[in-house]
Design a protein around this ligand. Structure first.
Ligand SMILES: Cc1cc2nc3c(=O)[nH]c(=O)nc-3n(C[C@H](O)[C@H](O)[C@H](O)COP(=O)(O)O)c2cc1C
Length: 143
């Protein structure tokens, strides 16, 4: 089992409708390929955690890196892992409305996900804080 945690900046081509499209494609592809994880969006940043078989996750990351809907991609951490954090989420999604419970802890109003990513430990804590928050597996922007 392998994981990748990265942060990126959405480009102008990435509207809520585009994010909904990304999630739909992700959930179909990831369920076929054994990938799980979560995508967090806070304008203008994404932070995504991917987990699954190593070759699959690496190939997917190559594809994602070339997606014109985002740029300035920075890998925060990657490596082997014993078990999945989100075994049931083919791609969970957390948008602005879902970040409210985390605001107090990281002062997210003032912080971008990109700047938060400079502290790897906090980034992983942000990701882990979505475990069991509420089902985000079918969630989409504006929902
Ligand atoms: C921020 C972001 C996250 C993405 N995450 C995934 C993902 O987890 N799985 C996936 O298959 N595609 C993901 N994509 C989309 C891929 O870049 C690509 O468009 C898609 O996999 C193509 O699917 P298709 O070959 O079925 O058309 C993501 C794109 C962006 C911009």
């Amino acid at each position: 089992m392998y994981f990748i945690l990265y942060v990126s900046k959405a480009t102008d081509q990435c509207s809520d409708a585009e994010i909904a499209d990304i999630l739909q494609a992700s959930r179909t592809n990831n369920s076929a390929n054994g990938v799980t994880g979560i995508l967090v969006h806070k304008e203008p940043d994404f932070i995504q955690f991917l987990e699954g078989p190593e070759e699959v996750v690496m190939a997917l990351y190559d594809k994602i890196k070339n997606d014109p809907r985002h740029g300035t991609i920075k890998t925060i951490d990657q490596g082997e892992t014993k078990e999945r954090i989100f075994p049931n989420w083919e791609m969970g999604f957390a948008g602005e409305g879902d970040l409210q419970p985390l605001q107090w802890k990281w002062d997210l109003d003032k912080l971008t996900l990109f700047s938060l990513a400079d502290n790897m430990g906090d980034s992983m804590e942000v990701i882990r804080s979505f475990i069991g928050v509420r089902p985000l597996d079918k969630n989409a922007p504006g929902a």
